[in-house]
Design a protein around this ligand. Structure first.
Ligand code: 5GP
Ligand code: MN
Length: 329
């Protein structure tokens, strides 16, 4: 299985790579990890990453400056690799490149990914797309720069090796990557933990305004456009808030809603032991993993919340976390 991607790369002259909208650490790490690998091992290939702008903290990765933001490339690709992306819609406007691609290859780890493209490798057990890619690469041919990208992706999707998706294999792979000579504390501190003053302020505000529901099993917080404007931030600055909500004592399921348009909310959900948030998100056209998922919903914030709470409540009752009669509030 692992060499299907390598075979596809070897048979292609012109290769495109894309990840999902609002690219996170695993998305950027996997796209740049693959890009670095192809540049190192197959320098004769023409390869391009098409993706939205990435956060400045990811820009230390080699070739981050070569990410292409255009939609106007008309030539088509022999091979188009889609990474860390559960469905075509998540590619956003870059999905147009799939139309002209001769061969589409998806590599992913989202349980909600039903498989798309001509070939796909989806491993829901893997911590990250970077972990899946690592298995496909020849270890001896992984450069330090490629290893940096893959390690960063694993760090982000495992929440620095603490989420339940962190397996023995994940740690082995991380060890093998570290052996390439990585400055791991730099990668972890500078790309994961460091926050600006304004980011810390909005974290504090979101926690202060959070609300407990259903006997304290559910917590939610809403970040409005006005709040983002006040602190001079965007949705990309809210990473980490959802995990703080999830870590509240007694909470099973955490919801962060942030406004991305008039009465339009991006939803992030996390659970600890029982609620399958991927199922909840998939019910609203989104997806993700069992313990971390998201979707987009339109409507007044209270109505959006009410919609989300129905399946969450059902799951909490089924798992015996709350009584059927428990008041939503
Ligand atoms: P986050 O809450 O960090 O934005 O996302 C958590 C997980 O759910 C990530 O793996 C992310 O890719 C996935 N996810 C978030 N939003 C969506 C969405 O709208 N659709 C799908 N398919 N997956 C999503
Ligand atoms: Mn991922």
């Amino acid at each position: 299985m692992s060499n299907a991607l390598i075979k596809a790369i070897e048979g292609a002259a012109r290769i495109g790579i894309s990840g999902h909208k609002r690219p996170d650490g695993d998305c950027v790490g996997s796209c740049l990890g693959l890009y670095n690998y192809i540049k190192d091992v197959y320098p004769e290939k023409e390869v391009t990453i098409y993706m939205e702008s990435i956060k400045h903290e990811f820009c230390f990765l080699r070739y981050a400056d070569q990410i292409n933001h255009s939609f106007t490339d008309q030539k088509g690709h022999d091979l188009y690799v889609v990474l860390d992306c559960g469905d075509e819609e998540r590619l956003g406007d870059y999905a147009i490149y799939l139309k002209k691609a001769k061969h589409i290859f998806c590599v992913d780890h989202h349980i909600s990914n039903k498989g798309f493209g001509d070939e796909y490798v989806v491993e829901p057990e893997a911590s990250s797309t970077c972990e899946v890619l690592f298995d496909m690469f020849d270890y001896d041919k992984i450069s330090r720069e490629c290893a940096e990208a893959l390690y960063m992706g694993i760090v982000h999707d495992t929440g620095v090796f603490k989420h339940t998706n962190t397996s023995r294999k994940t740690m082995h792979i991380a060890g093998d990557l570290i052996a390439k000579g990585l400055n791991t504390s730099h990668i972890i501190d500078d790309t994961f933990y460091r926050k600006t003053y304004a980011q810390n302020q909005i974290l504090g505000r979101a926690l202060m305004e959070s609300v407990l529901l259903m006997d304290g099993k559910v917590i939610y917080s809403v970040v409005t456009k006005e709040m983002l404007k006040f602190y001079g931030l965007t949705g990309a600055d809210l990473d980490g808030i959802i995990d703080n909500l999830r870590m509240t004592e007694g909470v099973e399921c955490a919801i962060l809603m942030y406004e991305i348009g008039i009465d339009k909310y991006k939803i992030s959900m996390r659970s600890n032991d029982f609620v399958n948030v991927s199922e909840v998100a998939s019910g609203f056209g989104g997806g993700g993993h069992i313990r971390a998922a998201g979707c987009t919903l339109t409507g007044l914030s209270q109505k959006v919340l009410d919609k989300l709470l129905i399946p969450i409540r059902e799951q909490l009752v089924a798992a015996g976390c709350i009584e059927n009669e428990t008041n939503v509030m």
